[in-house]
Write a protein that binds this ligand. Structure first.
Ligand code: HEC
Ligand code: HEC
Length: 203
């Protein structure tokens, strides 16, 4: 290869590294200015039952939820109180940058099995659904390890109480942007919903 080509490649590599560093600085600033760490923990990992884990959520899912907080289509009590104000200050570019950052962080798997019967019931519904009620197996969309994919949320290792609140919101159709989830959770009893949340937090 000619020397000139090597120089061009070298310059391209330097500018690529420089832009990656600039992105990282930009996202850290966004996180600091909006106190994401205070609630969601550093790197999007928290043990609080009020704040959801963000680490390892699919990028497309995170960006979509931020847009829904901003346009007020996700409107349950905690969404309003905690996320509406923050999302109103973010533009599409910020949301993409934050989603890219959190999706790349390693997710936690700290949940413990405290109730074996509940866990087993949750596992059965997650992997097989409830045939006589027309509830589909969650696994077909959310994945074998509840890892999620694109617009489908990661559920594994998520905080139990957060999962319970969301499943109740889908059941009552008060999280309308979840479309498919309103149908899925509509036919689930509160007891089964608790079992699912217990199973999922332990994944
Ligand atoms: C004051 C606390 C607080 C701060 C600060 C905060 N959040 Fe949140 N966030 C919450 C709460 C509470 C929820 C759950 C809302 C609900 O239950 O509907 C949430 C939900 C979310 C969700 C949806 C998660 C899911 O699984 O659906 C995303 C994405 C999110 N926050 C991103 C961020 C980002 C990015 C920042 C910083 C720019 C941030 N949050 C700052 C409290 C906070
Ligand atoms: C047909 C595909 C599909 C099936 C089957 C499905 N889900 Fe979902 N689920 C989704 C999608 C898509 C979302 C994102 C909804 C949104 O954008 O608000 C979601 C979101 C969720 C959330 C919210 C996560 C968060 O971070 O806020 C929970 C909890 C959930 N699903 C649990 C379940 C459970 C439990 C089952 C089985 C009983 C199930 N899902 C079956 C597609 C599916």
């Amino acid at each position: 290869m000619k020397i000139r080509n090597w120089i061009i490649m070298g310059l391209l590599a330097v500018s690529w590294i420089a832009s990656a560093v600039a992105d990282e600085v930009e996202v850290k600033k966004l996180i600091d200015h909006n106190y994401c760490n205070v609630c969601h923990g550093y790197g999007g990992t928290t043990t609080s039952e009020l704040f959801p884990q963000l680490a390892s959520q699919p990028k497309e899912y995170i960006a979509t939820e931020l847009k829904e907080f901003k346009d007020h289509t996700r409107y349950d009590e905690n969404a309003k109180r905690f996320m509406w104000g923050i999302a109103s200050r973010l533009n599409d570019h910020d949301m993409e940058a934050l989603a890219t950052f959190y999706s790349a962080q390693a997710g936690v798997h700290e949940g413990k099995i405290k109730n074996q019967a509940q866990y087993d019931r949750g596992q059965s519904i997650y992997t097989k659904g409830i045939e006589d009620k027309g509830v589909p197996a969650c696994m077909t969309c959310h994945g074998e390890k509840a890892e999620g994919h694109e617009l489908i949320a990661r559920l594994g290792g998520q905080n139990e109480n957060y999962l319970i609140r969301q499943l109740r919101a889908f059941h009552a159709s008060t999280r309308e942007t979840g479309h498919v989830m309103n149908f899925v959770a509509g036919a689930i009893t509160d007891e089964d919903l608790l079992a699912l949340a217990h199973y999922l937090q332990a994944q």
